[in-house]
Ligand binder design. Structure first.
Ligand code: GRG
Length: 316
């Protein structure tokens, strides 16, 4: 069958793209956890803990988003081993390490106190709390070190590092986590809940999209489109996370459902009910898709819209 447009290659099916991106990210994560040539070998137990946490499953949604966002604004089609592909892959793996860091710390007793994650014992249960704290710290630093490696596209890398550190720090995830903890058992209004979700989960998801664009050399209008796409997608992702905590199975989730209600957390289902939460997630996904398709942004939107719709049907 000939492609619709002989200049643009027919888009790869989403499943093929996701499978390939996941395999590439797994390999990159494995490489980043190898001790660097010439560097002192890390203590074996810490290395074992890092590998347990990072290589132990996960959807790899954020790294896939980095790669899809970069691909959406490339000038030339992606080719294995080209410079933009390598740059996107390193950033994708670095962000997954930061995400894993946030999960490790979130699972600790002073925060969510979970003993199950990705279908296995959480890091502090499998190892110990001190190892979990230090493994999180190691991953954050390893991630920034990876983002700053190589000298090509130094200005873009610097922008990417600034974008990620803002999303993870006080302007994003950390403040979101604080709001989340403060919201436990307290009356929460819809605007505060939206803000909590936007900071706790949305900021890093938005940063994934922005970093993809930055490292692919996207013009400002494409960057704006990616930022808007990521903002709506991030909110939808966390609303669905709230719904799954009510309706999901332990097998699909890889952790115990029902924790939000037990901790009296502020969530969309607690505030609006499950059906209205589902509707709000769908509205956010449609807004994300509209941003991805906006002709002014000029993004290649096929994978971005399919990934956004996939958020609504995810089971884990
Ligand atoms: C400074 C990074 C950092 C952390 C300290 C603990 C904390 C502050 C923030 C936690 C933020 C957090 C855990 C938000 C929840 C985000 C979320 C929906 C996680 C689940 O992500 P999935 O479903 O998980 O993508 P997998 O396992 O598939 O990767």
């Amino acid at each position: 069958m000939s492609p619709v447009n002989p200049v643009e290659p027919a888009p790869e099916p989403l499943e093929t793209f996701v499978a390939r991106a996941r395999a590439d990210v797994e390999e990159q994560l494995r490489l980043l956890l190898e001790p660097r040539r010439g560097a002192a070998a890390p203590p074996p137990r810490m290395l074992e803990a890092l590998r347990y946490a990072v290589l132990g499953g996960g959807k790899r949604f954020r790294p896939i988003l980095v790669i899809a966002s970069g691909d959406a604004c490339r000038q030339a089609p992606a080719g294995a081993g080209d410079e933009v592909t390598r740059r996107l892959l390193t950033a994708a793996a670095a962000i997954e390490m930061i995400h894993t860091f946030s999960l490790i710390h979130d699972d600790l007793p002073p925060l969510d106190d979970d003993d199950l994650r990705r279908g296995r014992a959480t890091l502090h249960v499998r190892f110990d709390e001190a190892t979990a704290v230090l493994a999180g710290d190691a991953l954050l630093n390893l991630a920034y070190e990876a983002l700053s490696r190589d000298v090509d596209a130094a200005a873009a890398r610097l922008r990417a590092i600034g974008t990620v550190s803002r999303a993870v720090g006080l302007e994003g995830m950390i403040s979101g986590q604080v709001l989340d903890l403060e919201g436990e058992g307290a009356p929460v209004d819809p605007e505060r809940l939206r803000r909590t979700h936007a900071l706790k989960t949305g900021a890093l998801i938005t940063a994934c999209c922005e970093v993809g664009g930055i490292l692919a050399g996207a013009p400002d209008r494409a960057q704006e489109g990616l930022r808007e796409y990521g903002t709506h997608l991030g909110l939808a992702f966390q609303i669905v996370d709230d719904i799954l905590d009510v309706e999901g199975s332990p097998e699909d989730l890889g952790k115990s459902p029902g924790k939000d209600a037990r901790a009296m957390k502020a969530t969309y289902p607690a505030l609006f009910g499950v059906e209205e939460s589902r509707r709000r997630a769908a509205v956010s996904v449609e807004r994300a898709c509209a941003a991805a398709r906006d002709p002014l942004a000029g993004l290649r939107s096929v994978h971005l819209t399919a990934l956004a719709r996939g958020v609504l049907t995810r089971r884990g």
